[in-house]
Design a protein around this ligand. Structure first.
Ligand code: 4AD
Ligand code: MG
Length: 431
């Protein structure tokens, strides 16, 4: 007898194995009990024949309730009809802990109830699948950068100043000084690009977004590459290569999960091929007006506008060269028209909105000083950031991609709250 994980059972056909897990579901038909077991690695059906087991084993099987923890010993049988290709013929059951009235039953529950029980909801098949996709995405991101010789540089979470505007800062007390939870690791990454050339950070970021939308979380994970000597056009290529490779990877490696999520994968296919459409901000405004939106040149785009811009090709689209006035202070002005910034937003199709925001960074010390002043930012908190332009300044560019936005898109979720293990939202800090 060997201990086995459910995912590897196909390699144990004919052998006696022991599985440790939980009861996902149970159904009986007279002299047979069908137990669906899960152990985190997968699901398998275990069949108990009344005539084939000791009375004690039958009684144990009958007493099992949903989510009871148990060890099951039995023979692995090939079974073409079942999802993993195998089932277990049960010889013995050891109940570890009987579960009383599990709160989440297979019936429909309200979202608030499920979120209050997020610690249990994670066990559900859909949630399990989503976390698997997230896991694959995160690993794919790290592999993408590792194989291209980027260096991972972790940025701090407690910071003395804002990066992405002062309206969404979480403030905290730092031994009598004000500190803020990081909105982005970017500012700390730029110096690291001077040290290593190609770098990225990947961590939690925080935005006190006082809006309740399906696209905003207070705490989300962002991956941010920053590349020395890279100009704006090359940044667009990088973003496109990054996203197309990641989508292809998920389609290839998460087929089972996407099937459980009933994701129409034909909707993701277009994003695996390059190039993606690139639309100048001015043209984007014209397109929106043509579609009947009241958008004016100079306006930022909301969710509806983003959806309308990305619904044509089925691919993500990149909107470029936004007016500098509606973008962050650190963005390099467009040399052709300095009222515009060398900024890009990548918008995912199917209404998933902005997944990437990035830009070339201001190279000049004087220009950056001026921007810090114009944005009313405290100069002394940015002295170190200005130093990057003082001591061997260099052109550089980077972007940030929100993990939950991408997971939502890949999995076809209706809200970001399911794309992160423990969502932090306007009215939710529990569990
Ligand atoms: O466009 P943002 O604000 O860009 C930055 O923070 C830059 N400093 C990144 C960089 O250039 N290194 O955010 C980047 C991405 C967005 O495109 C979106 O995917 C995600 O982060 N994002 C959020 N995701 C969930 N909830 C929120 N409240 C988010 N705000 C931004
Ligand atoms: Mg943005």
């Amino acid at each position: 007898m060997v201990d086995a994980e459910i995912r590897e059972l196909a390699a144990h056909v004919g052998e006696v194995v022991r599985i440790q897990g939980w009861l996902y579901n149970k159904r009986s038909s007279g002299k047979l009990l069908f137990l669906v077991l899960r152990d985190g690695s997968g699901y398998v059906q275990a069949v108990v024949f009344r005539a084939g087991v000791e009375e004690r084993v039958w009684a144990a099987a009958e007493a099992l309730t949903q989510e009871s923890s148990l060890r099951v010993t039995g023979t692995v049988k090939e079974d073409r009809r079942s999802p993993g290709g195998v089932e277990i013929e049960v010889a013995d059951i050891e109940t570890v802990a009987l579960c009383p009235d599990y709160p989440i039953s297979p019936k429909e529950h309200g979202v608030d109830f499920l979120l209050n029980n997020r610690h249990l909801w994670l066990r559900s098949k859909r949630q399990h699948a989503i976390m698997r996709v997230r896991n694959e995405l995160v690993f794919g991101i790290r592999e993408f950068f590792y194989t291209r010789h980027y260096v991972n540089i972790d940025s701090p979470i407690l910071t003395p100043a804002a990066c992405e505007g002062t309206s969404t800062l979480f403030e905290t007390d730092y031994f009598g000084e004000k500190a803020y939870l990081s909105q982005s690791g970017q500012l700390y990454l730029e110096p690291a690009a001077a040290a290593h050339g190609k770098v990225y950070c990947f961590g939690p970021t925080f935005r006190a977004e006082k809006s309740k939308t399906r696209r905003h979380l207070m705490e989300f994970w962002m991956v941010e590459p920053e590349v020395a000597w890279m100009r704006f056009d090359a940044l667009l290529d990088l973003a496109e290569e990054f996203v197309s490779e990641l989508v292809a990877r998920i389609l290839d490696r998460c087929q089972q999960e996407l099937a459980w999520l009933e994701r129409d994968t034909s909707k993701l296919e277009p994003a695996t091929s390059r190039p993606y459409p690139r639309i100048d901000y001015g043209d984007a405004v014209a397109r929106l007006q043509h579609k009947g939106f009241p958008t004016q040149f100079g306006d930022d785009f909301g969710g509806d506008e983003e959806t309308a811009l990305a619904d044509e090709s089925g691919k993500p689209v990149m909107i470029t060269r936004y007016p500098a006035a509606i973008k962050a202070f650190y963005m390099e002005p467009d040399p052709v028209d300095p009222s515009r910034a060398l900024a890009v937003d990548m918008i995912a199709p199917e209404g998933y909105g902005e997944i990437i925001g990035g830009s070339e960074r201001i190279g000049s010390y004087e220009k950056l000083e001026e921007r810090i002043r114009e944005h009313g930012l405290p100069r002394q908190a940015f002295e170190w950031y200005l130093d990057i332009r003082k001591y061997g300044g260099f052109p550089h560019s980077g972007f940030g991609m929100g993990i939950e936005r991408v997971v939502s898109w890949l999995c076809g979720l209706s809200h970001l709250r399911e794309a992160i293990p423990y969502p932090r939202m306007l009215n939710r800090l529990y569990p």
